[in-house]
Design a protein around this ligand. Sequence first.
Ligand SMILES: [Zn+2]
Length: 201
Amino acid sequence: MKGWEDFEDEQNALAKAKKIMETLTDEPPFSDRGVIKRLKHRFVVMSTEYFTAGLMKDIVEFAGEEAAAAILYRGGYHSGKAIFRRYKELTGNDDMAIDLCTASAWYFGWGIVTIKVEKREHELIGHARIYKSFEAASYKNTQEFKNEKKCHFLRGVITGIMAEYAGKPYKGEEIMCTGEGAPYCEFVLMPLDIEEPILPL
Ligand SMILES: [Zn+2]
């Protein structure tokens, strides 16, 4: 330990961190600079022990399970909308934007995602499947959340993508989850104002 006056400058701190991590693992760093950028955006890697299971646990403690689910869902919803908008801007095409959303889910390790959209009467209804959901895996070792449908954040993400695709608010329900032993997580996405109630959000 050094005194306050002996702070490392950035380059020395960076070199030191690199050296220390090399004693722990020979896996390559995500970035040599300490800033991870992909597709012109900054990203951060965090353990699935914290995101989402650890975070969920903390929110449950402060605000209860319903609020925790709603907060994670809402965060996911806004992320999904932003992700769709980014790819729509890049391609100018709604269907290509959906394809890029699902491909980037694989790229960033969120899971392997497919989204199908069908027209039922005058409404667009979405069906989505996620294989290897990182969120279900995150809850796996958390005793309190075992054996439940719990992909609130990812449910929000795909619902937000669907909302942006359709140009109106949507609600999403997870109808099966790898967290309760299913082979994949499956979601139904419906307009928020549709008559048939699917899920109170
Ligand atoms: Zn799930």
